[in-house]
Write a protein that binds this ligand. Structure first.
Ligand SMILES: NC(=O)C1=CN([C@@H]2O[C@H](COP(=O)(O)OP(=O)(O)OC[C@H]3O[C@@H](n4cnc5c(N)ncnc54)[C@H](OP(=O)(O)O)[C@@H]3O)[C@@H](O)[C@H]2O)C=CC1
Ligand SMILES: O=C1O[C@H](COP(=O)(O)O)[C@@H](O)[C@H](O)[C@H]1O
Length: 496
């Protein structure tokens, strides 16, 4: 994935020995180093947290973290030699001036040209204070390089807290220096959506309410809460998966064509789409949203018995909803969204259901119960990567009988293994200064404004939990939500 001159950069990673850093961030940076997008000579990384570590102890963790990606052990060792550790409490101002001194030294040693990337991979309550302290305590580069601030999720827990956080960040950094991570935007299929839409006039021509019956976005997980109850029980599926990943995907599906494929233009169209979602009042939420919490299942304990989860938790581990757009493109075409833990299968997918032909001229020759079906365009996000299109054709028997088949492009294991990891793609874009696949503040704000009334109602009224079995497809009410419109979840019901 090396494009252009490799970027020189000094990284400062807050939360340097955290779970995310060790499992995802270092392997991603390592892949960029291997592929040459990051200058092999002119980069360094300062890992930061309160822990007291020597550089060698930190480097041993790095080697361990990237070893499965290394072609040979020496490669991982050479990479790790660029890593430095600094014990740093983000609430202690004195530590920032020490950090600034170390950054200056390493910048000179590695000739990183004043390019600084600050990655905050810590509990969200620290995002604002780190940004402000970096600015106020003089850690930002002033000699012509770039300063880029990367913020992990979650970005707030409602519109008000997100705005407060954003105000803190923008008092220290400009919007174009801020990279809000949403790792679903680093996934292959998400990035393919605009190309499939705007690169194929035959698709874009029918991408509207006249031809599309409904759109379904599913981010289903097989795993449960695992060891993240401390965070997850205060978040829930609506905040954890819908407000960010799901609505970002929706924005790519719903937006109008940007004038060109640059971040400013794309963001403008995404915001327009998100801002045209109808915001529900309490009655609207009851009609259009469904929540769930998993109960026991084969080999599974109920959510309320998971380690760290209160036995009376009212948290949602499943959320589904119907989005209506108040705009000309989408008219009365609903977008159905859902995400949940402990479901039957891990599937991230989008199913676009097109309307059936107005008249079925083949009906007489069709073996019952077959009849012409509406085409379905499915995008596979995870774990399969690809796209399929169901079309009507003739079966091979004597006489004229129709059947539905799938035209499919699903990546084989070899090609899928070559696909860059989401965090690798996102780091690449941070280094090149491309904000296309990061959430802008107006997008985040619009998503919170849509989600807030739902969360508010759910916080006020306890759910009737548990209401779905672990390993099932979620609460029955989510099927009813579509049935009311004479629709059905395409997956798994209609997948052939
Ligand atoms: N883990 C994951 O799979 C995912 C995580 N995220 C997000 O990534 C971020 C990090 O998550 P994760 O890595 O799991 O968290 P961890 O709890 O594993 O790591 C938190 C880090 O913060 C450091 N830290 C805590 N307090 C301070 C302080 N006062 N000063 C300096 N450092 C401090 C800790 O080190 P020490 O105690 O030594 O100070 C530790 O390195 C969060 O925003 C999370 O929501 C997002 C998606 C997935
Ligand atoms: O952001 C999150 O995403 C993961 C699912 O990500 P995936 O890439 O494995 O599909 C989810 O498990 C987690 O709860 C959430 O915080």
């Amino acid at each position: 994935m090396a494009t252009g001159t490799p970027t020189r950069a000094l990284f400062m990673l807050f939360g340097g020995t955290g779970d995310l850093a060790l499992r995802k961030l270092y392997p991603a940076i390592f892949n960029l180093y291997k592929k040459g997008s990051l200058s092999n000579d002119h980069f360094a990384l300062i890992g930061l947290s309160r822990k007291e570590l020597t550089d060698d102890e930190f480097r041993a963790k790095i080697i361990d973290s990237v070893s499965s990606e290394a072609d040979q052990p020496e490669q991982a060792q050479a990479f790790a030699s660029h890593f430095y550790w600094k014990s740093h409490d983000v609430t202690n101002n004195d530590h920032y001036s020490e950090l600034s001194d170390l950054a200056d030294q390493l910048e000179a040693k590695y000739a990183t040209e004043g390019n600084r990337v600050f990655y905050v991979s810590m509990a969200p309550r620290f995002f604002g204070i780190v940004a402000q302290s970096l600015h106020d305590q003089g850690v930002l580069s002033t000699n012509g390089g770039f300063n880029r601030l990367v913020i992990e999720k979650p970005f707030g827990r409602d519109y008000a807290s997100a705005k407060e956080l954003n105000d803190a960040l923008t008092s220290a950094f400009n919007e174009n220096q801020i990279y809000r991570i949403d790792h679903y935007l680093g996934k292959e299929t998400t990035q393919a959506i605009p190309v499939l839409r705007f690169g194929n006039p035959m698709l874009e021509a029918v991408w509207n309410h006249e031809y599309i019956k409904d759109v379904q976005v599913t981010l289903a997980e097989k795993l449960g809460v695992e060891d993240r109850a401390g965070y997850y029980d205060t978040a829930g599926a609506l905040r954890d998966m819908i407000q960010n990943h799901t609505l970002q995907i929706v924005s790519y599906l719903a937006m109008d064509q940007p004038n060109s494929f640059v971040d400013t233009e794309i963001r403008r169209e995404k915001v327009k789409a998100l801002e045209s979602m109808e915001i529900y009042d309490a009655e609207g939420v009851k009609q259009n949203f469904v929540r769930g919490q998993y109960g026991a299942g084969p080999d599974s304990v109920p959510y309320r018995e998971e380690p760290g989860v209160p036995s009376d938790s009212n948290n949602d581990t499943y959320a589904a909803g119907k989005i209506v757009f108040n705009n000309h493109r989408w008219g009365d075409t609903p977008f159905y969204i859902r995400s949940g833990k402990k479901l039957a299968d891990k599937q991230g997918r989008i199913d676009i259901e097109f309307k059936k032909p107005l008249v079925d001229i083949f009906a007489k020759g069709t073996k019952q119960p077959a009849e012409l079906q509406g085409n379905v365009l499915s995008f596979y996000i995870d774990p399969k990567i690809g796209v399929t299109l169901s079309v009507n054709t003739k079966d091979s028997e004597q006489g004229l009988h129709t059947e539905t088949i799938d035209l499919n492009y699903l990546q084989g294991a070899d090609r899928a293994a070559q696909v860059p990891l989401p965090y690798e793609r996102l780091f690449h874009d941070i280094l090149t200064g491309d904000g296309t696949y990061f959430a802008s503040w107006p997008e985040v704000a619009a998503a919170w404004k849509f989600v807030d009334p739902v969360q508010k109602l759910w916080d006020q009224e306890p759910g009737d939990f548990p209401n779905y079995e672990s390993g099932s497809m979620g609460p029955k009410a989510a099927d009813d939500l579509l049935a009311r419109d004479d629709n059905q979840w395409y997956w798994p019901h209609n997948v052939h």
